[in-house]
Design a protein around this ligand. Structure first.
Ligand SMILES: [Ca+2]
Ligand SMILES: [Ca+2]
Ligand SMILES: [Ca+2]
Length: 476
């Protein structure tokens, strides 16, 4: 029997030693840059000599009134003096396999990394075999705790659990139940558990690490407008952990470190991306508040330039260059302006053909296909002088040379003097010469229209005088 006990003892001691030795290494490996929060006692029963009872003896305030109990119909608990201090003590464990247990209930809200320690002892006819189980649904279902098998002896050496880790299921839970349940009806003395066989439990300590929550801040947002479909982004995290991407944005970067985290988003479509988030979940399973990524627009479409006005454009030599302009269309919120090199390229002092180039670059950095306008600088046309007033005196002189009788002799015709007053505008399309007109007469003189009217009035007066003095009229 002592061989069997020693065998278990060695196993447990070795296991515990390995776990204790690996603990900091495992912690360091998982949380390379995290500041380790202090381990706290979440709840504890150690049954001090002076105040031994079922109520917790230590832990967070939320667990101050938690109690220990038994299940399955044992005797009432009393608090007997044990090897070192008092402990919880009960009998009546017979026929209790998978039924009778020590049980506690407590909260772990705000705590992760929950660990359990306990020490058990049974009398010779008391139950030898236990296992620890947990429940987070008030005992509706129970789950074995890995490493929670306990084989007791009539001492507090063998039946000890030393800081075994409870699964993450019990992290941050409002109600966690633990039970040390009998797994056989075999007593410590290898007989059957008797009704008077006793089980003691002491030094139940549940520890945890206060939960921390990663906090994220934006360090370098994506440019409000970019033509990069895989833009870079940097955020800061107060804790390491796994990254979850939300909205339109994804990235191949799976984890965050403490400090700045530069990431590159996977290919994004053109358009506004205003729903992107980043969330970091630390190794305790606690997630940050999602960080909203400042909205940005991806624009890979170049603007389009359309010329306004004539192409080719004609400018007379010596005149100032006139920029006829262009329109630019783009999907950007703000359409870029065109840039023309006309003012510098075209030298209106020199006749020639010039190429004026129009460019435009949108706010995302996309450059339009350049458009070219031809500008022809031409020689100015020479205007023909317009002959006007000075011809009038000559016309009057001509009228004076025409005999009155010859002009009106028995005829209603206006005689020999005819003036072709057709005005022929220059139809060359040259606006500079639009005032130019050509006047023709059958004579060699230029006779303006008002001159002709003047002539006709003179003729009318002369004809009246002639008629009023004729013999035919006096007969009447
Ligand atoms: Ca107490
Ligand atoms: Ca004690
Ligand atoms: Ca664009």
């Amino acid at each position: 029997m002592s061989k069997l006990i020693n065998k278990f003892k060695k196993k447990i001691v070795v296991l515990a030693s390995v776990m204790i030795a690996l603990q900091p290494l495992l912690g360091l490996a998982v949380l390379p840059a995290k500041t380790f929060a202090a381990t706290e006692t979440v709840v504890e029963w150690n049954f001090p000599d002076a105040t031994a009872d079922n109520v917790a003896d230590g832990g967070i305030s939320a667990n101050a009134a938690k109690t220990i109990s038994t299940t399955g119909g044992t005797s009432a608990i009393d608090y007997t003096a044990a090897d070192v201090t008092r402990s919880a003590h009960a009998t009546g464990w017979d026929s209790g396999s998978d039924i009778k247990s020590w049980q506690v209930e407590f909260t772990t809200v705000g705590y992760n990394d929950i660990k359990l320690s306990s020490a058990q002892r049974s009398s010779g006819t008391g139950p030898r075999d236990f296992k620890v189980q947990y429940s987070v649904n008030s005992g509706a279902t129970w789950t074995d705790v890995s490493g929670g098998t306990v084989t007791t002896a009539d001492n507090y050496t063998l039946g000890v659990l030393s800081g075994i880790s409870l699964p993450a299921d019990v992290n941050n839970q409002p109600s966690v139940s633990l039970q040390w349940i009998i797994t056989s009806n075999t007593a410590v003395d290898a007989g059957t558990v008797g009704a008077s066989g006793a089980s003691n439990i002491d030094n139940i300590v549940v520890t945890g690490v206060a939960t921390t929550t990663p906090a994220l801040t934006e360090v370098t947002p994506v440019a409000t407008l970019t033509n990069d479909t895989t833009p870079d982004y940097t955020f800061n995290s107060t804790e390491a952990g796994a990254i979850t991407y939300g909205g339109d944005c994804t990235s191949v970067t799976p984890t965050a470190v403490v400090g700045n985290n530069p990431i590159t988003f996977s290919a994004l479509a053109d358009g506004l991306h205003n729903n992107c988030t980043v969330t970091v979940t630390n190794t305790d399973g606690t997630s940050s508040t999602p960080l909203s990524i400042t909205p940005f627009t991806v624009d890979t479409t170049a603007p389009v330039i359309t010329l306004v006005g004539a192409n080719p454009q004609t400018i007379e030599q010596g005149q100032a260059y006139t920029e006829l302009g262009a329109t630019v269309t783009d999907i950007n919120p703000t359409t870029p302006a065109y840039i023309s090199d006309g003012a510098t390229v075209v030298d209106t002092a020199k006749v020639g053909t010039y190429a004026v180039t129009y460019n435009a670059t949108d706010l995302a950095g996309n450059t339009a296909t350049p458009v070219t306008r031809t500008v022809n600088v031409v020689s100015p046309k020479v205007d023909t002088p317009i002959v006007t007033g000075p011809a009038v005196p000559t016309v009057v002189t001509t009228v004076a040379e025409i005999p009155v009788d010859e002009q009106f002799g028995g005829s209603s015709e206006q005689g020999e003097v005819k003036a072709d007053t057709t005005v022929k505008p220059d139809n060359g399309g040259n606006t500079e010469n639009k005032e130019e007109k050509k006047e023709e007469t059958k004579g060699k003189k230029n006779i303006p229209l008002w001159g002709i009217i003047f002539l006709l009035v003179l003729a009318g007066i002369g004809g009246y005088l002639f008629y009023s003095q004729s013999p035919d009229k006096s007969k009447k």
